[in-house]
Write a protein that binds this ligand. Structure first.
Ligand code: GLN
Length: 560
């Protein structure tokens, strides 16, 4: 069976369309259906790889090395849908391939137009995902942007055609809107009415409405919305604001029977739902005791989405370790300016209550996430040195591992100018540098070491303990590497190389000696973390931070 659910949004952006689509996917999977998730992005960029994290948030990387929109991260956290290059469709890709075909003469002299050529290309790509596996049941296609945007018209038109061609049983429209609250606490339905009208103008009658509202909509409001929009009253749902976590949304929808209504509309016989895993997540959420404070030292601190998967993975790790993870976002340029890292990270930091390094309010862990470009690098190196010397758990991801290597070069080996050749091409000690084959690369899109590859963990290391398995498969997204020229000096002075590529040619993980948990990896474990199964390294990092907290509490009690 190949059925399609098109999820669109109205009124305004950032209503949580990705979470709503993913939660619906999770519920359909809980009924034993095979679900695939697809994101259509109306922007003209071919992929998210070259976009600034400031403007667009994180770049999510798939196993096959596609640099995609962060919504694919939501799909990965909520559903088991396999995700690859094919699951992320952008206007850039669609036009690129139509224009190539035109140049190859494949349109046989016809005039190439938005309808049917662009829409055909969109449809072909969605169908390709549906047909990847004969066992696929349902493809959920999330259309980025808001109805009414010029950019999303071809995608909505493709959806209209597919709904028309496949028949009502095989394709439906789920539309997400906003129900704002005006002064006096009144909920207003007018923007939703207009948004559905905009969909109808596109030739699409929404079958299901999900209304984003501060509270659960009451029956009269649902009936009113239904009356104005031609949607059945029992197909008007509320995505109300939860004060717990986004992982409660599948349960919020399940309680309202969203999955049952959707399946009935598509003529799919309803099977028994198993939502135990989602209830278990909420049980773990409620059972957390105490918190650990983790300092994230990076450069895109203002926008939460810039390190989205990292923050989610920390949350998952907290669920698994039974603690709340408090994120303390530290702009690394602040550290760069500070005379002493302690004033920002530890003792004497007013924001930390002026505590000692292991005091109740100070940081129990430092995480340096991935990043590009020179700004703030020296601040990150200071954070690494501080965590190393004060024995505070440290987790370096990609750039964060390279920072550990630079810190070791500068502060242990005494090479003042140790650096990455990304930041200083002429330094005498480029402890992190380009691979030969990358030296002449001029094109920035998709030319890095990207996607899934194997890492082999060494015996007696934290990384091996975390995975419980020598063969590790994680995703990469970087250009620079630990410079092999310095391997002997690095290990000779105590830095542990804890994992390599299977042929031993590249360093994948370094660990600090004589330290509770100081580890950096060249790959990105955050992409595979789920609320139902935290990524092993995140879990062990948070467990180490929790132990630091317990130890310092013990020290306070015993008056040390
Ligand atoms: N800028 C570094 C590199 O290209 C690190 C990349 C990253 O952290 N994703 O190697």
């Amino acid at each position: 069976m190949n059925k399609f659910i098109f999820v669109s949004g109205g009124v305004c952006s950032r209503l949580g369309k990705g979470v709503a689509a993913s939660s619906l996917g999770a519920l359909l999977e809980s009924r034993g259906l095979n679900v695939r998730m697809v994101k259509c992005d109306p922007y003209i960029n071919v992929d998210a790889g070259t976009m600034s994290p400031y403007q667009h948030g994180e770049v999510y990387v798939t196993d096959d090395g596609a640099e995609t929109d962060l919504d694919l991260g939501n799909y990965a956290r909520f559903t088991g849908s396999p995700l690859s290059r094919a699951n992320s469709i952008t206007t850039g890709q669609v036009y690129d391939s139509v224009i190539r075909k035109e140049r190859e003469g494949r349109y046989l002299g016809r005039c190439v137009q938005v309808i049917p050529h662009i829409t055909d290309e969109i449809k072909a790509r969605i169908l390709a995902v549906a047909r990847e596996d004969p066992d696929n049941d349902i493809v959920i296609v999330e259309i980025g942007g808001t109805v009414g945007d010029i950019e999303s018209i071809p995608f909505l038109e493709a959806a209209r055609q597919m709904i028309h061609e496949s028949g009502k049983d095989n394709a439906i429209s789920v539309h997400l809107t906003l129900i704002p609250e005006v002064a006096g606490g009144e909920l207003k339905t007018k923007p939703t009415q207009h948004s559905v009208k905009a969909m109808q103008e596109m030739g699409i009658q929404p079958d299901v409405l999900i209304c984003r509202a501060p509270v659960m909509l009451d029956e009269p409001t649902r009936r009113k919305i239904a009356l104005f929009t031609n949607v059945d009253p029992d197909a008007v749902f509320t995505s109300y604001d939860v004060d717990t976590t986004i992982y409660e949304i599948p349960i919020v929808f399940f309680d309202q029977k969203l999955d049952q209504v959707v399946l009935k509309k598509m003529g799919v016989e309803s099977r028994h739902a198993n939502i135990k895993p989602w209830n278990a997540v909420m049980d773990k959420f409620a059972a957390r005791t105490g918190r650990v404070r983790i300092g994230i030292v990076g450069k895109y601190m203002e926008l939460h989405d810039a390190y989205k998967s990292v923050y989610e993975a920390l949350f998952h790790a907290g669920l698994e370790c039974g603690v709340e993870v408090e994120l303390v976002k530290i702009d690394s340029s602040r550290l760069e300016e500070a005379e002493n890292a302690d004033t920002v990270l530890g003792a004497g930091n007013a924001a930390n209550g002026g505590d000692t390094v292991h005091g109740e309010n100070t940081l129990q862990g430092i995480l340096v996430p991935g990043g590009f470009g020179q700004r703030g690098i020296n601040g990150m190196v200071k954070a690494s040195e501080w965590a190393r010397k004060n024995k505070v758990p440290y987790f370096g991801i990609c750039l964060g591992m390279q920072i550990m290597v630079i810190d070791w070069g500068r502060n242990v080996l005494g090479w003042e100018d140790a650096d990455s050749s990304e930041f200083n091409q002429d330094c005498k000690h480029p402890v992190v540098s380009l691979l030969e084959e990358q030296v002449d690369v001029k094109n920035y899109g998709g030319t890095m070491r990207l996607g899934k590859s194997e890492t082999a963990a060494e015996p007696g290391t934290h990384i091996l303990a975390a995975y419980g398995e020598k063969h590790i498969f994680e995703r990469h997204r970087h250009r620079y590497e630990f410079s092999n020229k310095y391997r002997n000096e690095m290990t000779g002075s105590g830095l542990k190389i804890a994992a390599y590529t299977p042929d031993g040619s590249l360093v994948e993980c370094v660990e600090w000696p004589d330290h509770p948990w100081g580890l950096g990896v060249q790959f990105h474990p955050e992409f595979k973390s789920k609320p139902t199964a935290a990524a092993p390294l995140f879990r062990d990092f948070i467990a180490a931070a929790r132990d630091v907290r317990a130890k310092s509490a013990q020290e306070v009690i015993s008056g040390q």
